[in-house]
Structures are given as C-alpha cells and as structure tokens.
Design a protein around this ligand. Structure first.
Ligand code: NAD
Length: 456
C-alpha cells in the first residue's frame, strides 16, 4: 500500500501540476477554510487524547497553524519568485538567479506532544513549496491523528497529499522508501534511525529533536516575574514541550526566594490542588508516566511530587539539588518535573551545561543585560530567550530548530518554505561579448589573469 501511494504521488509530481503557484494557493486556501471550520473538533480531539486544555490548544496549536497558513498564502508569490542575485564579475556579462524548486516527494513524521501543530505546520510549507506529501502523525494521539487524516482527505487528492496512520512498523516501512525530502520531529534516538534510513538514498532531512534545555537565573533576576514565566513555560502541556526549560541553574543567593515565588505562582496558576485544575494536561501514556515517576524516587520535592497512575497525573514538581548522575539529570525530562541546581560562578555553569549535548533551547533570566548577552553567546543552542521561556517559538521571523544533537535544519514562516525548496542557482550568460581569456591555449595569459584576480 505504501509503495503504491508513493508511486502515485511521484507520477502526479511528474505532471508538474504542483509547480503551479495558483494550484498551491488554491489548496492552501481550501485547507485554511477546512481548518478554521474544524477548530472545535481539533481542540476536542486534543482534549480526548491527553486532556489538553482548550485554551492551550488554541494558543499553541490551532492559532499558530492558522497564522502560519495565512502568512504563507499572503507571501507565497514573493517567496516562490525567482530572485535575481548580483553576478560575479568574472562571468561578465551575465544575469544570475535563484530558483526555488520543490524537492518532489516529501515524508513528514510527527510526534504526539503538539500532535496537530507539529504535523500541519511543516505540511503547509511542503505544499507551499510545491511538493507532494505523505504525512504520518503520531499513533499516541489517535483522536487527533484520525481527525488530521479526515481533514486532509477532505481537501487533497491522495496523489498530492495523504495521511498514513500507524506506529513504528508503519514508520519503518515509510522510511524504507526513496523520498526526496524527509522532515522528522521527535526524539533524538528515533532521529538517528531516520538519519540512517535517509543516508541510504542520500535524502536531505530536517530533524527537529530535543535535548536538556538549561534555564539560568542569575543574581540580578526579577524573581517574581521569572517564576511566573517559568511556571507557564514549564507546565504548559504538562511539561511535554521540546523547548520547555529542562532544569534550572540558579545563583545560590536567589534560590530560597525563587522557591517561595514558584510556590505562589504554581498555586496561582493551578490552585493548591493542581489535579483538579482544568488547566493542567495529563501525561500522554503509562510508559511515559512510569519513566517520569522513576525520576521522583529519592528526590527532595520542594513543590509537588504527587502522582496518580490511574489518571496519568504528575503534579507540577520542583526537585531541590538532585545529584547530577540521578535519573532526572540523565536525559531530557519531557514532563512537569523541574530540577533546580544552584551555582556560584560561571565555571559551575560551564561544567554542567557543557556536560550535555547542545540543547534545543536555553533561557537566561537577569536584569544585567550585558551578562545575559554574554551567556547567550557563550553557549550553543537552537534558540531561546532572555527573561522568558518558549516564546521565541511564535516569531515566524526566527528560525526554529536545533543544533548538533538537538536537530538539523529549521523552519517557521519563510524558513519552512525554504526548507522544502531546493535553491537552484542559475547564470544566464549574455552573447554580446565573449572575453577570450579563459579559453585554451593558455600560453601568455597567466600573468594577466593573476593581476585581474588580485584586483578583484
Ligand atoms: P518519538 O521519536 O518517539 O516519535 C516521533 C515519531 O516517530 C512518531 O510518529 C513515531 O511513530 C515515530 N517513531 C517512533 N519510533 C520509531 C522507530 N523506531 N522508527 C521509526 N519511526 C518511529 O517522539 P515522541 O515521543 O512522539 O515525541 C517526543 C520527542 O520529540 C521529545 O524528545 C521532544 O523533545 C521531541 N520534539 C521535538 C520537537 C522540535 O520541534 N524540535 C517538537 C516536539 C517534540
């Protein structure tokens, strides 16, 4: 079934129908109409999958996609138009261009944590750039995935865009095919599987992965506001956000004040019984619940620490000074657990941050702007914020992606269009002049060429 679907798409791509910008725009507009109409269905599906609060679904899933889709439709002519670039003097006389061409058959594999947005946002860019797409949403959010399938069927012909639902087996079969581009969002381990499969055909890939995101709070930070912004960025989606702060590094002089402020802010956001709060999501499944619960064993939970396996609930939790070799400090946490480690000087920061691979995000809180900028420059990470968490995500002018182990490539706004377009460079040489110097025989020309090259 999968090979046939892909063959049908390859055949359709050869008709060059998706090269037509008006064809792309017509379908993107149809998608916009359908997604707008189905917004309530989407938020309902997300709630069914992991009790994601409707407010969070609108803010972090549906609204983001609609904004992106509208921007893409508005800017598509401009993005897709061949761009004139300054020619090289050595080629005089010529005019030079960049053509954005679609790769062809694109595979998109999406994760469960923002199961709608992380499937549809790359899809929009892939269609806008003129590709055909097979999209595999996550098997862990069956309601959202089935709905995405339904929406795509309503808008697209399967030889252009189609959804293939399924788990690891399906994903493996998809990865055995020859694609022109693979866009994967998910864990580092599976990212490596994708990269291996892509290497077989030298298929270009974007890998949107994860990592352990440090959040530094220095001695100049406004602690009340810092706590408020960390509570939101960490506990939205119950901490199951790739760019959520993974651990706190706080100047030791501020730790006690920070704990007090965090207690107040957690209570303010989710009440004194967060389990009853409608605004706090659940852990996606038992496997992840158990993985997270293990991180709490033998730890000093300053806030939270309560769990309920039947309801896949883990309270918003702060752990005081975990050992660096403890479970919670080994890998990306990806849940509502926040370890706090105090530091005294920059060397302490280096020792911890550089003991991990390059993270997807890094955050610095402090009112000493020069110091904050120094830290931002010192560490390598995908993207981040000074004095806030996760909000860099909403600016479509900023590329969103990792570096090193946290990912390869980036998207959002025009970057998404560019990701799914091969940039074909082209020189259009004029015929009215043909300087003879480059042609053989070369005798007697070298000194002249050396002089010209120096002058250039
Ligand atoms: P995952 O890697 O387990 O799964 C992602 C996708 O890969 C799913 O569609 C799944 O079916 C498929 N898959 C799983 N195992 C596979 C295998 N062995 N072979 C082929 N395909 C396989 O990730 P997840 O649990 O869905 O998502 C959580 C991870 O994703 C976290 O590490 C998080 O940091 C990362 N993430 C990154 C971003 C980003 O934008 N960089 C966004 C969201 C999540």
């Amino acid at each position: 079934m999968i090979p046939q679907l892909l063959q049908d798409q390859k055949k359709f791509f050869k008709t060059r129908a998706p090269y037509d910008i008006s064809f792309r725009k017509k379908l993107l507009n149809a998608l916009l109409v359908e997604l707008t109409k189905r917004e309530q269905d989407i938020t309902n599906a997300l709630y069914k999958d992991f009790k994601k609060p409707e407010f969070e679904s609108v803010l972090t899933e549906t609204a983001v996609v609609i904004q992106d889709l509208k921007l893409t439709i508005k800017k598509l002519d401009k993005w897709a138009k061949p761009k004139r670039v300054t020619p090289a003097l050595l080629n005089f006389p010529s005019s030079d261009y960049l053509y954005a061409e679609p790769y062809g058959s694109v595979l998109i594999i999406a994760p469960w944590n923002y199961p709608y947005q992380l499937a549809i946002a790359p899809l929009v860019g892939a269609i806008a750039a003129g590709n055909t797409v097979i999209l595999k949403p996550s098997e862990l959010t069956p309601n959202t995935s089935a709905l995405i399938n339904d929406i795509i069927k309503t808008v697209f012909n399967p030889e252009h865009v189609t959804v293939v639902e399924g788990g690891v087996d399906t994903s493996t079969k998809l990865l055995q095919q020859q694609w022109d581009y693979i866009f994967f969002t998910g864990s580092v381990n599976v990212g490596k599987i994708v990269a291996k499969a892509a290497a077989q055909y030298l298929t270009p890939t974007t890998l949107e992965l994860g990592g352990k995101n440090p959040c530094i709070i220095d001695q100049t930070a406004n602690i009340k506001l810092t706590a408020k912004r960390i509570v939101w960025g960490k506990f939205v989606n119950a901490g199951q956000t790739c760019i959520a702060p993974d651990y706190i590094l706080i100047h030791q002089s501020k730790k006690e004040a920070f704990y007090q402020a965090m207690k107040t802010e957690v209570e303010q956001a989710y009440s004194s019984t967060p389990k009853q709060s409608k605004d706090f999501a659940r852990i996606i499944n038992t496997k992840n619940f158990e993985r997270l619960s293990k991180m709490l064993v033998d730890q000093n939970c300053i806030i939270g620490g309560q769990t309920d396996a039947d309801n896949l609930y883990i309270a918003p939790t702060l752990i005081d000074e975990p050992e660096l070799d403890s479970e919670v400090m080994k890998d990306e946490i990806f849940g509502p657990i926040l370890p706090v480690i105090s530091y005294q000087n920059d060397a302490d920061l280096d020792a911890i941050i550089w003991s991990y691979n390059k993270p997807l995000s890094l955050y610095v809180f402090g009112t000493n702007s020069a110091k904050a900028k120094q830290l931002i420059k010192r560490y390598s990470f995908g993207g981040g914020c000074i004095n806030d968490t996760i909000i860099h995500f909403v600016n479509h002018r900023l590329p969103f992606g990792g570096v090193g182990n946290s990912g390869i490539g980036a998207y959002h706004g025009q970057y998404t269009f560019d990701t799914f377009s091969h940039k074909k460079g082209l020189v259009k040489k004029a015929n009215w002049l043909d300087l003879p110097v480059r042609y053989a025989p070369y005798t007697g020309k070298l000194n002249f060429v050396k002089k010209v090259l120096k002058w250039l």
